[in-house]
Design a protein around this ligand. Structure first.
Ligand code: FES
Ligand SMILES: [Fe+2]
Length: 448
């Protein structure tokens, strides 16, 4: 497998210099040169990634107050089904009740034991320590030896509530009971996804892996196409990395990276067949692509192949543009939810792992359309920090791409931990999504 530019140039028998132009690349012609996202933020303190105190500030000012994706509705289909959503030191029970989905802090109000240790199904929440119990809606069910607790007013002794709401088949929670409604927070996201109907999809695959880096360092590796040049060199013949469009507004940002078109970085002229092979990852041992008929572009062929597959699932009424079928359209809903647009199946989520500033959990969902009865959602396939993505065959070719992406990340964390400078710097345009994210993060952590 070619994992670096050097591997690739070896396998092609040409030098790295021949493969990738080191001449100055002109800015993308399709774009106005002025970045529509205006902000003075061009760098951020390294301490945002390396300082445990900044992690604690995020726990207190961000995670304890912001709407965040907790799970899919399909993961708790029946009354009594619940999942545990963990974020830093917080643990939250998300449960389906007769009245809808509710969320509570996963903490017994007697002497503080966590009520549940695993996801599951239950009629009520009974603490394993002394047997206090609560109903699914969080109200008190029973106090053991209640004669001995005259100070407890049962009406006020419910589980600590967390807000819960849904959009697009996803469940979001917010620990701040005074926070404005979810729909206010994600209105731009819901507008963008209206046509693609994420609620009509199911979890075909779900893989989570512990990463040896801060959660922001991990997600930022998936918020730009700027890294393709040296991280995924095998794609360059078929990806318009530097011709990507980046937008940011409200709590949302978006990148559109055109596929089946050559990178401005290469200084050779790939054929349409080269572009198709590159985008379909032949250099990562993907199956061979059919020969393109004369006059058919790689882009048209790719869109046609995708259209055929998608219409079989979404029905003949689905009108899908070539761009929705073949480009990479990747959103970031602040702070950590990354659904891909168009017909792409990918959704990422990143969050701190075990309350550590230098570990995170990266999850990848494949959210796929289906016909007929909703298939059961795939449970999360958990990979520890030393287990490779390729141990999750359900990811297909993407496991190899992730291997390339995540190969950098422990070294990014280690580099930042030893850095002798104060700030990491961001590209004005190609790192728009990072700049926008950090502007929002600044607002959250500086809030009273
Ligand atoms: S700690 Fe839960 S019942 Fe005592
Ligand atoms: Fe990547």
């Amino acid at each position: 497998m070619a994992t670096t530019a050097e591997d690739l140039s070896r396998s092609r028998g040409i030098s790295y210099q021949q493969l990738i132009s080191e001449d100055p690349v002109p800015p993308p012609t399709a774009l106005t040169l002025e970045n529509p996202y205006h902000s003075d933020l061009t760098s951020v303190p390294v301490a945002r990634y390396t300082d445990p105190a900044f992690h604690q500030l995020e726990m207190q000012k961000l995670w304890a107050r912001v709407w965040q994706m907790a799970c899919r509705e399909e993961e708790i289909p029946n009354v009594g089904d619940y999942i545990l959503y963990e974020i830093g030191h917080f643990s939250i029970i998300v449960v389906r009740t007769k009245e809808g989905i509710r969320a509570h802090h996963n903490v017994c109000r007697h002497r503080g034991r966590r009520l549940k240790d695993f996801n599951g199904h239950t009629a009520n929440f009974i603490c394993p320590f002394h047997g206090f119990s609560w109903n699914l809606d969080g109200s008190v069910r029973g106090i053991t030896s209640d004669w001995d607790f005259p100070q407890i007013n049962k009406a006020e002794f419910g589980l600590n509530a967390v807000q819960a709401d849904t959009w697009g088949g996803w469940v979001f929670i917010n620990m701040d009971l005074t926070a404005a409604p979810l729909q206010d927070f994600i209105k731009d996201l819901s507008e963008q996804f209206d046509y693609w109907k994420p609620e009509a999809r199911y979890i075909e695959a779900h893989v989570g892996k512990v990463m040896k880096c801060n959660w922001k360092a991990a997600q930022e590796a998936f918020m730009e196409a700027f890294h393709v040049i040296t991280t995924h060199p095998q794609l360059l013949a078929g990806i318009g990395d530097e011709n990507s469009q980046y937008d940011a507004w409200g709590n949302l940002s978006r990148a559109i990276t055109p596929n089946a078109t050559p990178s401005p970085h290469i200084k050779w002229d790939p054929t349409e067949q080269d572009m198709l092979e590159a985008v379909s990852m032949r250099d990562l041992d993907a199956p061979e692509m059919p020969d393109l008929p004369e006059g058919v572009t790689a882009r048209a062929a790719m869109a046609a192949m995708m259209r055929e597959g998608m219409q079989a699932l979404m029905g003949d009424d689905a009108v899908l543009s070539d761009a929705e079928l073949s480009d990479s359209i990747y959103y970031t809903q602040f702070p950590n939810f990354h659904p891909w647009g168009g017909t792409n199946r990918i959704v990422y989520r990143f969050r701190p792992w075990k309350n550590r500033h230098d570990r995170c959990l990266m999850e990848c969902y494949y959210l796929s359309p289906f016909q007929g009865e909703r298939p059961a959602p795939a449970p999360m396939h958990f990979l520890g920090e030393d287990e490779p993505w390729t141990d999750a065959p359900e990811l297909g070719m993407l496991a190899k791409v992730f291997t390339q992406d995540t190969f950098n990340l422990p070294q990014v964390q280690a580099g930042m931990e030893s850095a002798q400078f104060e700030e990491v710097v961001f590209a004005n345009y190609q790192e728009t999504k990072l700049r926008h994210f950090h502007d929002l993060l600044t607002q959250w952590v500086e809030r009273d």
